[in-house]
Design a protein around this ligand. Structure first.
Ligand code: TYM
Length: 333
């Protein structure tokens, strides 16, 4: 809570082209809080460097992610949209929280285990302490809710544990946040391997539908999507490929699984996949048009980065200073 107002906070890494997983699992849901809550949505470039990035690409994607936030309907007048590295309090609080986070807790994080396996030549300390920086992001703004996909739930739960531990020693410091996981779209799976999460870092571009893919590409990718044996469109654990496509279709149309099963009764996978492709392309067209306009206005994006960082810093500074005082750091006035 900030004053009387509840707070929603979330972030996206500018570490690759954003996917419909990022859109359906997270960004699309950010807007819901814009009216009632104080909202902060961040482009988390400091998290992105836990894996090697090409500097020019990281810079470009930082602009793109901000443009995409706006294109997805986040009005900068109603939401604080900003870039993490422009608010130095994040890294400072992260250090402090490192001293309140246990080695064993960080070792248990599944994302750390997955990323260590994937980047075995670069298991750096930042990859390990990634969740404490994420906790700092969230706790600096006295956050109540964190809308994320299911893969980030474990990190938000660790953030709660850290906040509770800190509050126990220094009462009344942090609001303890709740993860909010969308019922539909919380885990969109790869089109090539429906047992794996759709991920922006997937090397197989056909496994992933990017928010900015053009219409023909989207339709082609869905046509090629791996489906299951049989020919029936049915939502079931033994049909992970079809079930994933049904989830995507349901997210974009608002139809229930039963309605979708009825709609495609007696029709084959081909017709179903085409419908999913066309519906997705239609739904993303408006976002893509708005994105192009936003991205073309570099000065506008930079003005927003500056304004967003100033807005965020105001609150971040207040929380960090409270924490420093509680810890016994000398404060000169
Ligand atoms: P990132 O950049 O990996 O993903 C951004 C958001 O997209 C969601 N997501 C998905 N949802 C459904 N299906 C998928 N296939 C899928 N792939 C990704 C993620 O759950 C996430 O919500 N650590 C975070 C970024 C972060 C953050 C924060 C989030 C940094 N600080 C503070 C919330 C609050 C991450 O790597 O997200």
């Amino acid at each position: 809570m900030l004053g009387e107002q509840k707070v929603s906070y979330s972030g996206v890494q500018p570490s690759g082209n954003l996917t419909i997983g990022n859109y359906l699992g997270a960004i699309r849901n950010f807007k819901e809080y814009s009216e009632q809550y104080k909202t902060f949505y961040c482009v988390v470039d400091q998290h992105a460097i836990t894996v090697r990035q090409i500097p020019a690409e990281l810079r470009r994607r930082t602009y793109e992610t901000l443009a995409l936030y706006m294109a997805c309907g986040l009005d900068p007048e109603k939401n604080t949209l900003y870039v993490q590295s422009m608010v130095h309090e994040h890294a400072e609080l992260a250090w402090i929280l490192n001293c309140f986070t246990m080695f064993g807790e960080l070792s248990r994080m599944t994302q750390f285990k997955d990323k260590s396996a994937k980047h075995a030549d670069n298991i750096n300390a930042g990859l390990f302490t990634y969740p404490t920086l994420m906790a700092a992001d969230i706790l600096l703004y006295q956050t109540d809710v964190v809308p994320v996909g299911i893969d980030q739930k474990q990190h938000v739960e660790l953030c709660r544990d850290i906040a509770e531990r800190f509050n126990q020693i220094h009462p009344g410091t942090f609001t303890v946040p709740e993860p909010v996981i969308a019922k539909s779209g919380m885990k969109i799976m790869s089109l090539a391997d429906p047992t794996k999460k759709m991920s922006k870092s997937d090397e197989n571009a056909n496994a992933v539908v990017y928010i900015l893919d053009d219409r023909d590409t989207i339709i082609r990718k869905f046509k090629r999507a791996v489906t299951d044996s049989g020919s029936e469109v049915r939502y079931s654990p033994d049909k992970p490929g079809v079930s994933n496509l049904m989830s995507i279709y349901s997210c974009f149309t608002g139809k229930s699984m039963e309605e979708i099963e009825r709609e495609f009764e007696g029709k084959g996978y081909g017709e179903f996949k085409l419908a999913v492709g066309e519906t997705t392309a239609d739904a993303l067209a408006a976002v893509q048009n708005e994105y192009k306009l936003r991205l073309a206005d570099k000065a506008g994006l930079e003005a927003q980065m500056k304004k967003g960082a100033e807005e965020a810093s105001y609150y971040a500074r207040r929380t960090l200073s409270k924490v420093q005082k509680k810890l016994g750091f000398v404060q000169l006035h």
